[in-house]
Write a protein that binds this ligand. Sequence first.
Ligand SMILES: [Mn+2]
Length: 559
Amino acid sequence: LATLLSFRGIKTLSEAESFLNPDFENHLHDPFLMKDMEKAAERVLQALCNNERIAVWSDYDADGIPGAVVWHDFFKKIGFENFENYIPDRHEEGFGLNHDGVETLAGRGVKLLITVDCGIADAKEVMHARSLGIDVIITDHHLLNGQSPDAVAVIDPNQPGCTYPNKDLCGAGVAFQLVRAVLALARRQSNFRLSWRLPIEGWEKWLLDMVGLATLSDMVSLKGENRALAYYGLRVLRKSPRAGWRALFSLLKLNQKQLTEDDIGFMITPRINAASRLGQPFEAFKLLVTADDLEASLLAKRLNRINDERKGRVAALVREIRKIIAERALLAERKLIVVGNPNWRPALLGLVANSLATTYQRPVFLWGREGGNSFKGSCRSDGSVNLVSLMAAARDNFLDFGGHHSSGGFTVNPEKIHSLADDLERAFEGTRSIFIDGPENKSGCSFEAVLSLDEVNEENFSLIEKLAPFGVGNPKPVFLFENALVVSVRQFGKESNHLSLTLRARSGKKISAVAFFASPDAFFSGQIKSGGRINLVATIEKSYFRSAPELRLRLVNLR
Ligand SMILES: [Mn+2]
């Protein structure tokens, strides 16, 4: 455990105690440490007291949507009905506030607009809202890149002048902190307590299934406050009575009580995100707020169907781009992969870039066309460079860009579409950072400790589990197993496209090792054969696939 902790940069006993015992009270920061928090909370209270119409304008992804649910549930809980959730259409309206949407809300009598996971870049639209008599509170976590909006309050841990300690808080986390601040202020005001149904102290923890979902979905670092949010988020998810969860989990055959961060990452997040990519994001929102089991089950099925369609399209794009990469010999000539096509749909390119960045271990920029002549794209980093700094160093190429260290979005300046790749390649040399990720071998495959197959047991697994939830900034521990005897090799699954090995430990105990979407040849061709011995690099996981839970290895690589 000490080895694994030190691999995560945890060196002292007190750091270890804090990491191993995530704590809501101690690890969540005081919301009022955020710039403008007091002003924002006051304005929300004022709107509630005057029964002003409030609109919550959220992003359409698996951070913005859960953030929207946080507000929805809070308003419902206190008995406030004069509000609406607004989620823009990804293709028609795009990211953030827009002129027509603001106009629509003004027409419906909205007096206060609260953004979630967007808005920091929308100074112009905020001005427009003001001219229509709407006050705006921005809650966002994206980097400010230009002029700060002239809103009643701008809450964003990443804006200049905000000293909030956690710069990696997701958008729903920022929304949650504002709701906590509103509750704290409301509890201090006796007249407010009289006119609204204030929930008991601690009720807000039930909203953590949303904040945890967003924290895991938005790929923010799972350290400090975020670790506590993800940890408690999962605990709430495992017992949440939400109709939408029950419907989705039963459709996907997930055991709610044993839900893991992998279930969220691989099963839930893609279905929430699919809604905006190939359907209506409001359907995902509806799934999470509905109390009606029938509606929940219909919406869960619909999101599942949209997600299947999304998978097919992304897989086709990945194949197409891999072919282009091979044809143009990009891997030999470039440190970055920069490819575009006016026929590609930008909403799918983030997923494609993700897959390619993982496969090729280098930053990937992909662009397509949206609407008339808007060349929009997504980028993903392999960790070798901060994408926002990289795009800033090549800013002439973009009409617009934004995002985080490891993922971002951009609009290409149409005049620069042909020089984009060269310019980014040049800018990369100046902005890349050195990235060291533990002991490495020649094939670039790292591990944290050497284990024997006999050490794959419940006792060690329970130690590993103490480090969960895993994700960005806290990867699943990877172990090296040397000289492991392969008893048998087989392919399994509907299309026989998964690999399963049976290994034998010195004690005679058998342990299986699996790799999804892999054949024996995927790893150092010809090395895996029954009767042979391999040095394998793997994580340890508990599979509930059979009736009795079983510890097995997940093959990462050979060494
Ligand atoms: Mn976000």
